[in-house]
Write a protein that binds this ligand. Structure first.
Ligand SMILES: Nc1ncnc2c1ncn2[C@@H]1O[C@H](COP(=O)(O)OP(=O)(O)O)[C@@H](O)[C@H]1O
Ligand SMILES: Cc1cn([C@H]2C[C@H](O)[C@@H](COP(=O)(O)OP(=O)(O)O)O2)c(=O)[nH]c1=O
Length: 734
């Protein structure tokens, strides 16, 4: 294990894990049990979707048109109950014992799924699909309502994130499993006479089994028993149609939301076309059930990859631009899927399609969270979610129907080559063109940098130019966090420790470390009330510009350590998360003010704002007087920023005692002190560390370590040599 890894794991295996850490929530046993049940049921759901569409196609086999209508029927029946009677599920779940609802729901779904291949007719497949959906409509709200009782409040957001990732993330293993089961199934049919079922029977039986196991898992979960307190669920259940109608009013008024809604619906429609017609298209290309599994899996691999790496690119590019661009790219990928009549190429383009759609989706969600005004955010979310459901239902139903009515067509190419384009390919093409158009429209609606070339922006992102830079000499550490998190306390503690080891350290803070800064600080914190958010952002930016130029850069140039109490993240969190200013604009403003200088490490001291504000004494300043929701948004924004670049952050639970925190901070800083202590050779710093031309300044005659951590203060291989800075990674150096 490298020094870096060791220090991170020490930090995280601390007694209390930060509230935003997934492991923390999974350590709660009842939640973990419920999570396993959810995982099984989601796996079953996806497997069921694949198997049922495949089976519907088979049962109606023979005619291109009826096959497509049969598939459309299954997809529509799956979605329709949710759209029409969605809230009813919550209402019923409200009146039943939760554990029994979950167990019985799973057992019923087990029986229904197992019955489908046994009965083996199309009409029973439809009836069972509706019944299964109806049960799911009660099962899911019961599950959702159970979670808040199993998890403490501050971990609820992470718990929801885990549930969401599990629900969608299980599509990929389901696709792999489906492919695998389809292959086994065909060899079973060949080998054994008694196994004379259809090519997906095995998948359906397996699927049934996931529900039975899920039932057994939940049966042991006594913690979820009982009925919810009234009102608990109904809050979650918004009436779909009502939300849509009310939502139109906001959409019509707001350019940003209009662009977002158009885009999100476009992305869903593009994805829906692939799901709705994937089965037919793969058959057209000569692939069977296994091929279908591959394409389906490709879509979700792409989605997952896009969601995982997309936000990293976002650091440099305006989110609004990113949104329209990736949607356009998703549309173009769908066009490529339609034109290439080859299964391998189709699978490849489907990965791209999924990746772009994934980035669009996550960007859209982030935009909704960050840039839509607080007062209408809830309604906008409800509106977008309802609309996507309806769009998905419409596309899933319409696409196979359109494909069925188009039928098969050939295209004559010069040289006597005939390309056959069936209804599915042509529908894909139409869907791709529509998604591309949606992407372009929403780009125009939302562009926040008119007149600036898109190519230049994109190039800047890929060259890393826009991401800022890290000083070559010295070590720059920032402390961030809400009011009273303990930043100044810990900054001083760390400085003392570093000085004891012979480093030259400057402790500073924002705002107000320079002469001009002091005046700005006074204006900002104790000046007249009613300062506009933009003015506030500019004044903080002015303070940063002065701070960086006149203090931070000169000290770093001498090779010393700079520890600052607050830096750019404070602006992004307070002015961006707290006020409603655009994140991308603030990123650019801060970058301009600081010349792009970024800390080698940011220590984020995370704690609930109530706790932090309670620690602050004296008359509260202008920002401390802001309401609790303001401070909660600030906290969330800090956590989001840390999540974008985990290597550069140490996120610590600031409710811990001062000494414990100080030790964890030392652990996080130690690997950056190149040449100090062991394990440097295995550090992740890599080549970047070797290129350092200016070592730290280091006083002679080390005094004691002071923390009893047993650290070595010198590189044993280079006694008496000054220490060299190490960087967590090279990637970010511009
Ligand atoms: N880990 C901690 N636990 C309890 N109280 C703390 C802790 N760290 C600091 N404090 C106290 O909280 C108050 C605010 O600490 P300070 O370091 O000034 O926070 P900040 O700089 O983040 O506003 C001080 O009274 C300090 O003694
Ligand atoms: C640096 C910075 C601070 N702030 C806010 C956060 C704090 O409420 C205030 C700084 O006050 P300060 O008293 O230094 O905060 P703390 O004692 O918590 O460290 O300014 C911004 O809003 N934007 C910024 O860019």
């Amino acid at each position: 294990m490298s020094e870096h890894e060791r220090s991170t794991s020490t930090v995280e295996s601390g007694m209390s894990v930060p509230a935003n850490d997934i492991r923390g929530v999974l350590r709660i046993k009842p939640f973990r049990t419920l999570w396993i049940a959810l995982g099984l049921s989601s796996l079953g759901d996806w497997l069921g979707l694949l198997a049922l569409t495949a089976m519907a196609g088979q049962l109606a086999a023979g005619n291109y048109r009826t096959e497509n209508f049969a598939i459309a029927g299954v997809l529509l029946l799956r979605l329709l109950p949710a759209v029409v009677v969605g809230p009813l599920g919550g209402y019923i779940a409200d009146r039943l014992d939760r554990r029994w609802t979950l167990v019985v729901g799973d057992v019923i779904r087990f029986v229904l799924f197992a019955s489908i291949p046994i009965v083996g007719t199309l009409w029973w497949l439809y009836v069972a699909t509706v019944l299964i959906e109806a049960v799911s409509l009660i099962w899911l709200p019961s599950k959702d309502a159970a979670v808040p009782n199993l998890v403490p409040r501050d971990r609820l957001a992470v718990a929801n994130q885990v549930s969401m990732v599990t629900t969608y993330g299980s599509a990929l293993p389901a696709a792999l499993l489906f492919t695998f089961l389809a292959l086994i199934n065909s060899s079973l049919i060949r080998t054994f006479h008694w196994f004379n079922g259809g090519s997906v029977d095995l998948a359906l039986y397996f699927n049934a089994l996931t529900f039975l196991v899920g039932a057994l898992v939940v049966a042991r979960l006594h913690e979820v028993s009982g009925r919810p307190a009234s009102g608990e669920i109904t809050e979650e259940q918004t009436n779909v149609l009502k939300a849509v109608i009310e939502g139109w009013r906001f959409v019509a008024q707001n350019r940003l939301i209009r662009g977002l809604v158009i885009g999100v619906v476009g992305a869903f429609a593009a994805g829906g076309v692939v799901i709705g017609l994937g089965r037919t298209y793969v058959t057209d290309l000569g692939g069977g059930a296994a091929g279908y599994g591959v394409v389906f899996g490709a879509l979700f691999t792409g989605l997952a990859a896009g969601m995982a790496v997309g936000p990293r690119f976002l650091v440099g590019l305006s989110r609004r631009r990113m949104f329209g661009l990736t949607l356009t790219a998703a549309g173009l990928s769908l066009i490529a899927v339609a034109l290439f009549q080859n299964l391998v190429l189709v699978a490849f383009c489907t990965v791209l399609l999924g990746a772009f759609a994934g980035i669009t989706w996550i960007t859209g969600y982030t935009l909704l969270g960050l840039e839509v005004e607080d007062s209408i955010r809830g309604r906008t979310f409800a509106f977008v979610q309802s609309l996507t459901k309806i769009a998905l239902a419409a596309v899933l139903a319409a696409a196979p129907a359109i494909a069925g009515s188009i039928g098969a067509h050939g295209v004559e190419l010069p040289g006597k080559v005939t390309l056959t384009y069936n209804g599915a390919a042509i529908t894909f093409l139409l869907g791709g063109i529509a998604a591309t158009a949606f992407g372009l429209v929403s780009f125009r609606q939302m562009d926040d940098r008119p007149g600036v070339s898109v190519l230049r922006d994109v190039r800047a992102v890929f060259s890393g130019h826009d991401r800022g830079f890290y000083a070559d000499t010295g070590l720059f550490i920032a402390f961030e966090g809400g009011e009273g998190a303990g930043k100044s306390t810990q900054a001083r503690r760390l400085a003392r420790w570093l000085e004891d080891q012979g480093h030259t350290v400057t402790v500073t803070h924002e705002p107000g470390a320079t002469d001009i800064g002091r005046d700005l600080r006074h204006l900002l914190l104790h000046g007249a009330s009613g300062i506009s958010p933009r003015t506030e952002a500019l004044l903080y930016a002015a303070d940063k510009a002065e701070h960086v130029d006149s203090m931070i850069k000169p000290v770093l140039a001498e090779g010393a350590v700079v520890i600052t109490d607050r830096y750019v993240d404070s602006a992004l969190a307070y002015q961006g998360g707290g006020r409603d200013l655009s994140q991308s604009e603030l990123v650019r403003l801060s970058r301009w003010a600081t010349g792009g200088l970024r800390p080698h490490l940011t220590v984020l001291l995370d704690l609930p704002p109530e706790a932090g504000l309670a620690r602050v004494d004296g008359t509260p300043d202008r920002l401390e007087r802001e309401p609790l929701e303001f401070h909660s948004r600030v906290r969330q924004q800090f956590l989001d920023l840390a999540a974008l670049d985990p290597e550069r952050y140490a996120v610590l639970d600031a409710t811990q005692p001062v000494d414990e925190l100080a030790a964890q901070i030392r652990n996080a800083v130690r690997p950056l002190l190149g040449g100090v202590g062991g394990g440097v050779g295995s550090e992740v710093g890599g080549p970047g560390a070797g290129g350092v031309d200016r070592p730290y300044d280091r006083r002679d005659g080390d005094s004691g370590d002071g923390d009893g951590g047993g650290d070595q203060r010198e590189d044993p291989s280079r006694p008496g040599q000054p220490v060299q800075p190490q960087r967590p990674s090279e990637e970010a150096q511009a």
